[in-house]
Design a binder for this molecule. Structure first.
Ligand code: ZN
Ligand code: ZN
Length: 694
């Protein structure tokens, strides 16, 4: 094992095992109060007395400083009174300063300038700086500070310094330095120091040697919970959940950290059921436990569960933090719960939770997904820092709302601000081009994705391009692109081609698209009907019979279509023909009233969309009870006139519902916003922003 790199060979490790675990002995010199020795006051005494007053003022400012401004004042006083020669004061200043930074690393340069002005910093000051750099993800700095500390005469490392540098080596994956520190630390008596040993457990796990970590833990004479938790956390971090589980089950004692580590481990691996079991069994829970669990539900799109648990969290009087809010907002966006999302936003403002970039982006995304693009943009405009995720949320939002031009402008602004676009931003830009029929511009963006920005187009991007060509009637180019795609086309791609075929009446290509769709979605309802319609049109009777037979053989289980609507901050979900709502009777009464008015306006049900073998009247009833119609009937019943209705549909909205909602928006004078699987439809005064293309 070699000596530490980049170190003068003459400097030997000067380590003194001093501090008790976690409690760092301050190396402050005892200061003598001169007043006790000098009862008489002279002019020099007056000066001293003034100096003391200033000193007391500086220390009191330091103790009570609530802002960076206060701290700067305290720093100025420290310099004026030459207290900067006192290591105790400097350490206090540094610690207060670093505790003030909201984001790790924010105030590090300031701290560093104070540190650099100290002529002979002591171990405590070194440790403070090493720790600040480590938690600010600058392990390299921690290592260099350690090396400098060792070169300085009269300063001895304690177990805190050693554990910090060991952790830094782990994060840097610097096995050479790590092992050297380990070996030399052993030589001078740290082999049983729990603090250092726990750091070593983490370091070896990060270096890929969990066996060594485990051995260190096993060899500890009196391992404590912190050491167990360190190994547990490392197992979880490298995805060895079974090893973590074995260790967890073996532990005689567990604390909040142990439980949280296991909940987080299962949650991040997507095993929500197991995470929930642990969550329910945990004796104590804090904001971390709740946030992990809510985050697990949000990530797996069990959004109602996420919101339910958030409600329970509030009943349990646990104060949520930024991490909780990000997950809850994602859940709101997923199910389009605008009222709930707004409440969260108000809560954030009321409790003055700091809206950092991540939380701001979550708000932008939530409002866009809930159909409130104005609020989304107003949050966006108020943010002082934005990253590519913030921008792409806004771009996607604008594109989905049919504001293609604005989406493209945002994209240009983002580039102008020097932010490199990601693949989501390109999905936004391409769908904007698609909705506006800007095929050639779209193609330029598509090619510059890989040529200009080194982003490999994903299937979504090909889907956008196929959609763009198909909408513009350039069906052969669309087909050609599908052929050249580096992956197997999915249903979205074929459906996009089919959309064009429908508009431009290309039955051959439509047949091809349908056959492929049927392959990919054998259980999807409409595919059979429309394929059989194509064959009927072409008079291919044998094929018509074949499709009918297929329909009977494949047990057509539609993915159940469901629509949700939010009324008074509660989300109500409906499936087709739903009769589970307590106000079912009123809802169906409302529905028949609606249809009477629709018929008067000349509406004819598009019964050809119904695949089941039913008579005409039964088909009409089946259509009339589609989930979005039930949700709208309920919405009209339970809201005051002119309140916009917001519906979220899990599948694509059908042609009949689209037609009906257009008419309802006119007859009832309501703005109705429907988010289906593909985009937003804003219905107002009898028309829709999608211009019949979705
Ligand atoms: Zn429908
Ligand atoms: Zn529409």
């Amino acid at each position: 094992m070699g000596p530490l790199k980049a170190v003068d060979d003459r400097s030997s490790l000067a380590l003194v095992p001093t501090s008790p675990r976690y409690g760092l002995g301050l190396c402050n010199s005892k200061r003598i109060d001169p007043r006790r020795h000098c009862p008489m006051k002279s002019s020099s005494q007056n000066r001293r007395s003034r100096a003391r007053t200033m000193e007391r003022k500086a220390m009191s400012l330091l103790r009570n400083s609530k802002s960076l401004g206060h701290l700067r004042q305290a720093h100025a006083l420290v310099l004026k009174t030459r207290l900067d020669a006192d290591n105790y004061v400097v350490a206090k200043l540094l610690r207060t300063l670093l505790a003030h930074s909201s984001a790790p690393g924010d105030l590090l340069p300031y701290a560093r300038s104070i540190f650099d002005s100290v002529s002979s910093p002591d171990a405590f000051i070194f440790n403070t700086m090493m720790r600040a750099n480590l938690i600010s993800q600058r392990p390299q700095e921690t290592l260099s500070l350690f090396l400098r500390m060792r070169r300085q005469d009269g300063v001895f490392c304690d177990s805190f310094s050693l554990s910090l540098v060991v952790q830094a080596c782990g994060r840097l994956m610097d096995g050479d330095n790590g092992r050297t520190v380990h070996a030399q630390g052993m030589k001078i008596g740290f082999e049983s120091d729990l603090f250092v040993q726990t750091a070593l457990i983490e370091m070896y796990a990060r270096l890929g040697s969990v066996e060594i970590s485990k051995r260190i833990l096993d060899d500890l004479k009196e391992p404590d919970l912190v050491s167990y938790n360190a190994l547990l956390a490392e197992y979880v971090r490298i995805g060895e959940i079974q090893l973590a589980r074995d260790l967890f089950d073996k532990m005689l004692e567990r604390d909040l950290v142990s439980w949280n580590t296991m909940i987080h481990g299962h949650a991040t691996l997507g095993d929500v059921v197991e995470a929930r079991k642990l969550f329910d069994n945990a004796r104590q829970r804090d904001v971390v436990s709740w946030s992990s669990m809510i985050g697990a539900y949000a990530r797996t799109r069990q959004s109602n569960e996420a919101l339910k648990l958030f409600h329970e969290m509030q009943l349990a009087n646990v104060v949520p933090d930024n991490v909780t809010m990000v997950s809850v907002l994602a859940a709101c966006g997923d199910i389009g719960a605008l009222g709930m999302g707004k409440m969260i936003h108000e809560y954030i403002q009321r409790t003055r939770i700091e809206v950092d970039m991540k939380l701001g982006t979550s708000l932008v995304d939530m409002y866009a997904k809930c159909g409130d693009i104005d609020s989304s943009l107003s949050v966006f405009n108020r943010m002082d820092r934005r990253d590519v995720l913030t921008w792409s949320s806004a771009i996607m939002g604008l594109a989905n709302h049919g504001s293609g031009q604005a989406a493209l402008e945002f994209f240009s602004k983002m580039i102008a601000e020097g932010i490199k676009p990601n693949d989501i931003a390109f999905v936004g830009v391409l769908s904007a081009c698609s909705h506006m029929g800007l095929v050639d511009e779209g193609w330029t963006y598509f090619t510059c994705m890989s040529d200009g920005y080194g982003i490999t187009p994903k299937i979504e991007h090909f889907g956008c391009m196929v959609d763009m060509f198909a909408r513009a009637g350039r069906l052969q180019e669309a087909r050609e692109l599908i052929r050249r795609m580096p992956f197997a086309p999915d249903a979205v791609v074929w459906r996009a081609l089919l959309g064009g075929c429908r508009v431009y009446k290309d039955t051959d290509l439509a047949e091809e698209a349908r056959v492929n769709l049927l392959d990919l979605e054998p259980h999807a309802d409409g595919n059979y009907v429309l394929l059989s319609n194509i064959y009927t049109q072409k008079k291919k009777w044998d094929k018509v019979i074949h499709v009918r037979k297929m329909m009977r053989n494949v047990n057509i289980e539609k993915a159940p279509g469901s629509s949700s609507i939010e009324v008074d901050n509660a989300v109500y979900e409906f499936v087709a023909g739903d009769k589970s709502h307590p106000r079912t009777e009123e809802i169906y009464q409302m529905l028949s009233e609606i249809f009477k008015k629709l018929m008067l306006a000349g509406y004819k049900p598009l019964t050809s969309l119904v695949s089941q073998d039913l008579d005409e009247r039964q088909k009409e009833i089946a259509l009339a009870h589609h989930s979005e119609k039930l949700a709208i009937a309920f919405g009209l019943l339970s809201t005051t006139p002119r309140t916009p209705l917001r519906i979220v549909k899990n599948l694509r909205i059908c042609d009949d519902c689209h037609l009906v909602i257009k008419l309802i928006s006119k007859i009832y004078n309501r703005e109705i916003i429907v988010r289906d699987r593909n985009r937003f439809h804003h219905f107002l005064e009898g028309s829709c922003t999608c211009r019949e293309y979705w």
